[in-house]
Design a protein around this ligand. Structure first.
Ligand SMILES: [Mg+2]
Length: 188
């Protein structure tokens, strides 16, 4: 089975948070793992979690423009794939994220949403994870699974480079998934 991470892969959390925190254009960092760079540089002394991330915040986050294409690619290889998203342990997140999935992909995709704790490796064995955090990929692979690192596309400033990057990654992901025996990915 394929597990697809949400934030940083199909959901542009970075842009949603930049707007919420009213970070001026000039201070919005380019590239890298923005969540942590903000925690270190821009947002201090207020940490990310001192902002009120309510249900509305989670449900109204923008999707990346390629999100539907990415989901289609994953579905091509595994119709029973699941969204796997780690919870910050707030009820606002649970309902907001469900609303987000419903809006972006339709009600029938709600069944695909799995909200888990920080460590995603519980479902690693013989499965594939697509995630933007190297540590999640490492943990999945160390626990009997496979992983594709989706490098977060800079969602703050669209450039030709970001479009090229996501087109390249979509193609690379398709090749990666195509290398598995189809029965392996569709065994459930
Ligand atoms: Mg993520």
């Amino acid at each position: 089975m394929i597990f697809l991470d949400v934030d940083g892969v199909i959901c542009n959390w970075t842009l949603g948070f930049a707007d919420l925190a009213k970070i001026p254009e000039s201070k919005r960092p380019i590239g890298g793992n923005l969540e942590f760079r903000w925690a270190e540089d821009t947002v201090k002394p207020r940490s990310i979690w001192s902002y009120k991330l309510d249900q509305f915040f989670w449900s109204e986050l923008p999707a990346y423009p390629y999100a539907a294409a990415l989901v289609q690619t994953v579905e091509k290889f595994d119709k029973n794939f699941r969204f796997l998203t780690a919870s910050p342990n707030e009820s606002a997140f649970h309902s907001g994220r469900a609303q987000w999935i419903k809006r972006e992909f339709g009600t029938k995709y709600l069944d695909k949403l799995i909200i888990c704790c920080k460590d995603k490796s519980f479902c690693a064995r013989n499965n594939v994870l697509i995630d933007d955090k190297q540590r999640n990929i490492d943990s999945f692979c160390n626990n009997g699974g496979y992983g594709y690192l989706w490098k977060e596309v800079n969602g703050l400033k669209w450039t030709h480079a970001s479009v090229d990057r996501w087109l390249f990654q979509l193609k690379e992901l398709e090749e990666y998934l195509g290398a598995f025996d189809p029965k392996y990915l569709r065994k459930y």
